[in-house]
Design a protein around this ligand. Structure first.
Ligand SMILES: [Zn+2]
Length: 246
């Protein structure tokens, strides 16, 4: 059983104090290398928290040099569609619902920025966990090999890509498989950073990197059963939560 740490919404105007807090938590664990979702060209006003850092791309290259994995987190992070996509987690999307040519163009524009900055890797993190079959086809045509999303407890094939499941934002687990802990440092409270520090201390021997996890895709009955069960229960939980908040 292993965990992957995933951080969404990395961009020049993110909350740098909070991200610094996250880096501090990890500083004692050189072997834990998170997956960072970097937005190529952020235009989402909700992520304009601090003034833009001029050395942003130097920072990204520094994280990569530390062995941290970079995933492309959309293109501009603007939600143009009301579409939860295949997973049905959020209700908005930068991609799901758009035509292939539009999706391909946005993904390619993002990829070109990351390539120009020498930080591109073939991994994709969909804003709001929302993508559709067309997104998967465009990603594959652009050379992406894996996404950080999906149900179950083992990586599996989704279209022509590998999907590494992401179920919880906390270090919950069922004892076997791989669990991606999804963090939005921009909105984390001090209490959540200390909880994270405690959880990492407790499970520090059980962390994997995203690229290594991608190699362990499984299609057996246990893997498929876990996918089915987690999809049903998480969809039900989220629907309940949505109904409560309405
Ligand atoms: Zn995001």
């Amino acid at each position: 059983m292993n965990f992957i740490l995933r951080v969404d919404d990395i961009c020049p105007t993110m909350d740098w104090d909070r991200f610094g807090r996250f880096e501090k938590v990890l500083s004692q664990y050189e072997h834990i290398k998170p997956l960072l979702g970097v937005i190529p060209d952020n235009r989402d006003v909700r992520l304009q928290i601090h003034p833009p850092r001029a050395d942003f791309w130097d920072q990204v290259r520094r994280w990569r040099a530390m062995g941290w994995t970079i995933a492309q987190h959309g293109y501009t992070h603007e939600y143009t569609q009301r579409d939860g996509g295949i997973l049905g987690i959020g209700r908005q999307s930068e991609f799901a619902g758009l035509a292939y040519a539009d999706q391909f163009a946005r993904l390619q524009a993002g990829k070109e920025i990351l390539i120009a900055q020498d930080v591109w890797a073939p991994y994709f993190m969909a804003p709001s966990h929302s993508f559709d079959e067309t997104t998967l086809a465009a990603l594959s045509d652009l050379g992406f090999t894996a996404i950080t999303d999906g149900y179950g407890v083992f990586p599996y094939r989704m279209g022509r890509l590998i999907a590494v499941p992401q179920l919880f934002s906390k270090p919950l687990h069922f004892g076997l498989g791989i669990y991606t802990i999804c963090l939005h440092t921009n909105s984390m409270k001090e209490e959540q950073f200390s909880q994270l520090a405690q959880a990492i201390a407790r499970h520090s021997a059980n962390f994997a990197t995203f690229p290594i996890a991608c190699l362990d895709s499984r299609e057996g009955m246990v893997a498929q059963g876990a996918r089915h069960l987690t999809a049903i229960s998480l969809k039900a939980m989220r629907a309940l939560r949505r109904r409560r908040s309405e």
